[in-house]
Design a protein around this ligand. Structure first.
Ligand code: SAH
Length: 289
């Protein structure tokens, strides 16, 4: 005959099952902490299971901050994906990409601003200072203007050009083919915008729209011009720009994050110009923070 469990044994069984449940919950929270820590270090995307565990075991207020973190991480990932796309396709492909889904442009720029906020100095501010020191009558073309900060901060007439226009002052186009007339611009600016694989055609377009003696200002991410880490040789790049019809006026390598190159358009084009050998510019891929 089977023995009936005593009340003592029943209590022990109940306690055992409660302990098991507690242990299980503890395991869950430990897993969540680990994901959180990794998020802080920016080493791993949060997993769906960690998300499920978190929402299950935590209250709404805590999980909403987790949700905020999740959203930030996802949009960070999305930014890096769009960024990589822009550095590995042509300007025409980039234009079509944003035409299909213009909202991606805002995702890109939210991520871009986030990255820039960690830079001690922004190259666009150096260019703004440079313009403020010159004549306000110089006509400027800002190739790849982003949020058109340049135009908003100088007195000069600025043609702001980018793939998408969220602002009536921005001309939406692929900058290898702008609607600007020939020889009308005094200063052409490329501030972190030589992204497409056909970047040489952007510089050719700048040469077309610039007046003779006009300035070409290029600010680019330093690592793209560091031959020790697979970047282009700045001398080769500068030589190619000069062959296009410019003279090199100034090179500024003093900043840790970016380089600044200043050129002037020559008065006359060399009629016997041979094919220009452009060095490859490697993509600038941002790290997860
Ligand atoms: N110059 C701005 C934004 C830099 S981000 C600043 O310094 O803050 C680079 C910008 O170049 C992006 O807005 C991107 O859309 C633009 N861009 C890249 N390729 C382009 C192309 N082919 N035609 C027009 N804009 C382009």
């Amino acid at each position: 005959m089977e023995k009936k469990p005593s009340s003592k044994r029943k209590r022990a069984k109940r306690l055992k099952s409660q302990n098991k449940k507690l242990r299980h919950e503890k395991d869950d929270s430990a897993a969540v902490e680990e994901v959180d820590e990794r998020q802080e270090e920016g080493k791993e995307e949060p997993s769906a299971s960690a998300f499920a565990k978190r929402t299950k075991s935590q209250g709404f207020s805590k999980s909403s901050t987790f949700l905020d973190k999740m959203k930030a991480r996802l949009s960070g990932g999305h930014f890096r994906m769009i960024n990589e796309k822009l550095y590995t396709c042509t300007g025409k492909e980039a234009l079509d990409y944003f035409k299909e889904d213009p909202a991606l442009f805002n995702v890109y720029h939210a991520g871009y601003q986030e990255q820039m906020s960690h830079w001690p100095e922004q190259p666009v501010n150096i260019i703004i200072k440079w313009l403020k020191n010159g004549s306000p009558f110089l006509v400027v073309a800002d190739f790849g203007c982003g949020d058109a900060r340049l135009a908003k901060n100088v007195e000069n007439k600025v043609f702001s050009l980018d793939l998408v226009s969220n602002d009536p002052s921005v001309i939406a186009c692929d900058m290898s083919k702008t609607p600007l007339d020939t020889s009308v611009i005094d200063v052409a600016v490329f501030c972190l915008s030589l992204m497409g694989t056909n970047f040489a055609s952007y510089l050719k377009e700048a040469h077309r729209v610039l007046k003779p003696g006009g300035w070409l200002l290029i600010a680019e991410v330093k690592s793209r011009f560091d031959p020790n880490t697979g970047g282009a040789d700045p001398k080769k790049f500068s030589k190619a720009v000069c062959e296009l019809g410019f003279t090199s006026e100034l090179k500024d390598f003093s900043n840790k994050m970016f380089i600044l190159l200043y050129f002037k358009k020559k008065d006359k084009q060399n009629p016997n110009r041979k094919e220009i050998e452009w060095p490859e510019l490697k993509p600038c891929l941002y790290k997860r923070r």
